[in-house]
Design a protein. Structure first.
Length: 188
């Protein structure tokens, strides 16, 4: 599962991740737009307020179920999957406006052999980062959820996905954890 979020994200993430259980059946990768150096602080803060483990992702790290990985600010993240094992790759990119870019994260997941099991979530934020990645995920069978305008701090990123007809569901932020649990469930 991957979450793309920007303006207003830390407060919304605290609510959403706070509703996820310690035995979530999948890893969660979060691309949050924020200034360089703040992703580690965000991960520590969220880890202290959530039942589920939250950490800043490391380059080459194998992703585990029931763990939320915050992408490093100022860098890009791609996820690969081989034999049902997800692995993170962190790299420098001087061409993209957003670091981390939701589009780059989502597009990397669209190249994995398990795309139909992927859940892509677009939440509050300006602009349309995540739109192209959501398009690629959706074309290969992934499920896309967008945050409702009612709870967005800035209704840009979700609006772009919704208006493009890519959202399978549109949900308010307080309901997002329950929707995630319904779609991905607990570990067996």
């Amino acid at each position: 599962m991957a979450i793309g979020i920007s303006t207003g994200g830390p407060q919304i993430l605290e609510k959403v991740l706070g509703g996820l259980p310690v035995d979530l059946a999948v890893p969660v990768v979060v691309a949050q737009h924020m200034p360089s150096g703040f992703s580690e602080l965000l991960a520590k803060r969220l880890d202290g307020t959530s039942a589920i483990k939250v950490k800043e992702v490391e380059d080459g790290e194998k992703l585990s179920r029931a763990t939320v990985y915050i992408a490093k600010t100022g860098q890009q993240i791609c996820i690969s999957c081989h034999n049902d094992t997800f692995k993170a790759q962190i790299f420098e990119d001087h061409g993209e406006l957003y670091k981390p870019s939701v589009d780059i994260l989502f597009k990397s997941l669209a190249q994995t052999p398990v795309v139909p099991t992927i859940l892509g979530i677009i939440m509050t934020g300006m602009g349309n980062d995540g739109l192209q990645g959501a398009r690629e995920l959706k074309a290969k069978g992934a499920h896309i959820i967008a945050e409702s305008e009612k709870t967005c701090t800035v209704y840009g990123m979700p609006k772009a996905v919704i208006e493009a007809g890519l959202a399978d569901k549109v949900e308010e932020a307080p309901d997002m954890a329950a929707v995630i649990m319904h779609l991905v469930g607990h570990q067996a």
